[in-house]
Write a protein that binds this ligand. Structure first.
Ligand SMILES: CCCCCCC/C=C/C(=O)SCCNC(=O)CCNC(=O)[C@H](O)C(C)(C)COP(=O)(O)OP(=O)(O)OC[C@H]1O[C@@H](n2cnc3c(N)ncnc32)[C@H](O)[C@@H]1OP(=O)(O)O
Length: 719
């Protein structure tokens, strides 16, 4: 609703009330229309102030209304009647004004923001554009380049930046509503013509065509197939080149295409999924609302390789005191230098002081005796990790939370080495740990809800999107990656090239195809793991058994590449060739093509033409099938958890919503039918056998993804 009152004898105060963010749902819109009518028709009222309750101006249109039969007054005429009012209307922005909320403020004659408030037009992140005239008013107010930047990125800006851009007229340090009321009184009688943004001409831009062409090209390169950023550019272009009324018509047409698109549905699903996963739960019934964490003041990081360095930086930048431990002399010296550089660069980017003083370096484990939490980041070797956990348990004070940054290993085995296994959880960061947003928080059968709560809270403080998952090999992300990568290898054997596969995946929207990722992360990493698992045979093995290991299909291609010393970018040669070791510019390599031809000839494989469609179906459906198994096993609480892990940690295109949402969009019967087809053709690849949960969902009429949790309840859980 919107509450109307008369304040200071002459100011009509309209307060938006729709907790938690005062979104512009139908009831609020009715309230605004009624309140404006009252204010404008009351002769006592000389000016109007609009604010939001509980320190929040407005979070925009009510996203939950999208996709429903939207009733109630539309936004555009409402904002026009505000702008056309013959009494000054002032927006008092506390907390934030986003999307439709900022568009409401742009319909007002003046905007006053609290110094801690943020504003933005984030519609693009929801697959939309600011279609309540925001795409037409903002460029007229702050100029085309600045508006293009805000509208195409959706970034939230501070009140200070908004003031600098001319988006707000004044910044208040204290009571914004009081300031706005006084301001509203002070402008009574002043001409309003110059305050009606829709009357403005866009500030002229030299070479407007060149500007838009450049921006469009950049966006086409970076948007990975997302349509909303392109529509945003087109809408701003309309503002720059057309009269307001025609620009508005263009905005409406563009929005009509976006509004019902699959991309908008996917992005809006991601918005809510991100919030769903923060309300974590464990199969034993413990959950975010019943489990309290403990405050963490001081943390330690053990092992200062790539991951440990990033984790130490992320902790220090969040404000924690960190003890960074590395026992090997050379690594210790290198790490100190590297961490200092990372902190300096971070400070330069954020404009804050580098947090050097937050980190104490030590080569001695005794230095961590008084920390509240430890994150172990030593080499991915179970024997080593077990030894470290035994030492940690001896050295640390009772009650210290012991976390491991393992990406695949069984955390329960590490917990078994400690005196308090209930305090052991996995904190699986993604490289580079101070940049990547995802954190998998892994609980084992003995992890306490308190330990999970601590790790989830710590992740949130560090600005991570944290997802609680169960303990199994590879947890969620890496477990699902395996069948996807296996299929990519099998497709090479059957006739594809790395370029063909990567191109199909990149056109789908992945940041990088499977083979470019291998080259980036190093082919030797997986080789070492496979050797430990007893999967690697010299020369790839021979005869029929060369392509079978432990009873199932295996491709030795990755092992053979490693035997050739082709570890990827770091050696300048991998699935692609690079100008020099460490270079990132991947070029197709004729050597790889010959290598694949020789391999096929040796194994009697006849290359066939492989379509992009087959690449996507084989790689993605195998991954999705594993996702259903993960749900079936109770490793992830719901499909949202899997999707958020993939969107934030594995380069899955956000506008496709994550693998499980994608399956839902494609249609579960289609996914099932294709998996059945591939499984029949490849009986020695068990990951292609459709799993029970998928069959069950299809048999029960393929309910929408929001109902999958219901169906999962009756399926066996391992935990
Ligand atoms: C043809 C039709 C034309 C329609 C008009 C088109 C023009 C306008 C379009 C829009 O305005 S689209 C919406 C644009 N706004 C946003 O994208 C903002 C989204 N919200 C946020 O970024 C954040 O919520 C926040 C406002 C910065 C607050 O962050 P905070 O961390 O404090 O809280 P959250 O946990 O994120 O949210 C709390 C709670 O509120 C729900 N929520 C937030 N915003 C909206 C919203 N706009 N609509 C509906 N619900 C919203 C959020 O989901 C949380 O609830 P739960 O999911 O936890 O239950």
């Amino acid at each position: 609703m919107a509450q109307y009152s008369l304040v200071s004898g002459s100011v009509g105060l309209i307060t938006l009330k729709n907790p938690p963010v005062n979104a512009l749902g139908a009831v609020v819109r009715h309230g605004i229309v009624d309140s404006v009518e009252k204010a404008l028709s009351d002769p006592k009222v000389k000016s109007v102030v609009i604010c939001g309750q509980n320190g929040m101006f407005c979070g925009g249109a009510d996203i939950k209304e999208f996709g429903t039969d939207m009733k109630g007054p539309p936004l555009i005429p409402m904002f026009h009647s505000l702008e056309a009012a013959n009494k000054p209307v002032v927006a008092a922005i506390e907390g934030g004004a986003f999307g439709g909320g900022l568009e409401l403020a742009l319909g007002c004659h003046y905007r006053i923001a609290h110094s801690k408030a943020k504003v933005g037009l984030p519609e693009v992140t929801l697959g939309l554009l600011p279609a309540a005239a925001g795409s037409q008013r903002l460029p007229r107010l702050i100029g085309v380049p600045a508006a293009l930047n805000l509208i195409t990125t959706g970034r939230h800006i501070t009140a200070a930046e908004a003031l600098q851009l001319g988006l707000v007229d004044q910044v208040a340090d204290h009571n914004t509503v009081d300031t706005a009321v006084k301001f509203a009184q002070s402008v009574v009688g002043k001409s309003l013509d110059s305050r009606r943004i829709s009357n403005f001409q866009c500030p002229p831009v030299p070479n407007v065509d060149v500007l838009f062409e450049e921006v469009m090209q950049k966006i086409r390169q970076t948007s990975r197939g997302a349509i909303a950023p392109i529509a945003c550019v087109q809408a701003v272009r309309a503002a720059a080149t057309l009269p307001y009324k025609d620009g508005l018509q263009k905005e409406k047409e563009l929005m009509a295409t976006l509004f019902t698109s699959g991309q908008a549905r996917s992005l809006q699903y991601c918005f809510f999924a991100q919030r769903v996963v923060s309300r974590w739960s464990m199969p034993n019934g413990a959950s975010w609302d019943t489990s309290k964490g403990r405050p963490i003041h001081k943390a330690a990081v053990i092992g200062l390789g790539t991951m440990g360095r990033g984790i130490a930086v992320a902790l220090a930048q969040t404000g924690f005191s960190v003890v960074a431990v590395e026992t090997q002399e050379k690594q210790f010296m290198d790490a100190k230098k590297a961490v200092a550089g990372m902190l300096e660069r971070g400070a330069k980017r954020s404009g804050k002081v580098a947090a050097h003083d937050k980190i104490i370096y030590s080569q001695n484990l005794q230095a961590i005796a008084d920390v509240d939490l430890v994150i172990e980041a030593v080499f991915e070797d179970m024997a080593l990790k077990k030894r470290v956990f035994r030492q940690l348990s001896d050295v640390c004070k009772p009650g210290t939370f012991l976390c491991t940054n393992t990406s695949t290993l069984d955390i329960d085995q590490m917990a078994a080495e400690t005196r308090q296994p209930e305090l052991v959880v996995g904190m699986h960061f993604f490289a580079p740990a101070h940049v990547m947003k995802l954190l998998e928080v892994v609980y084992g059968p003995r992890s306490s809800p308190e330990a999970v709560a601590v790790a989830m809270q710590l992740g949130k403080k560090m600005g991570k999107v944290s997802v609680a998952v169960g303990n199994c090999r590879g947890f969620v992300g890496n477990r699902m990656l395996k069948p996807y990568r296996d299929q990519a290898y099998f497709l090479l054997e059957e006739g594809a090239t790395p370029e063909l596969i990567d191109q199909a995946l990149e056109e789908f929207g992945f940041a990088m195809g499977a083979f470019k990722v291998y080259d980036l992360s190093g082919l030797d990493v997986g080789w070492k793991v496979r050797k430990e698992e007893g999967l690697v045979l010299p020369g790839g093995g021979s005869g029929k058994s060369a392509r079978i290991r432990q009873g199932v299909r295996y491709s030795p291609l990755g092992d053979l590449m490693c035997e050739e010393g082709r570890f990827g970018q770091k050696t300048g040669r991998g699935w692609y060739q690079y100008d020099k070791p460490g270079s990132r510019d991947a070029k197709p390599d004729p050597w790889v093509h010959r290598f694949l031809e020789d391999y096929r000839a040796r194994h009697g494989l006849v290359a066939r033409r492989i379509s992009n469609q087959e690449v996507l179906e084989r790689c993605l459906y195998a991954m999705i099938n594993e996702g259903f198994r993960i749900l079936e096993d109770g490793i992830a609480a719901g499909p949202e958890d899997i999707d958020i892990i993939y969107v934030f940690g594995y380069g899955w295109p956000r506008h496709r919503g994550g693998p499980m949402f994608y399956a839902n969009m494609v249609g579960l019967p289609i996914v099932l039918e294709r998996l059945e087809h591939f499984a029949q053709a490849n009986p020695d690849v068990p990951t292609l056998q459709p799993c029970n949960l998928l069959r069950k969902l299809v048999a029960s009429g393929s309910p929408p993804i929001s109902k999958w949790r219901e169906a999962m309840k009756n399926v066996h859980s391992q935990l």
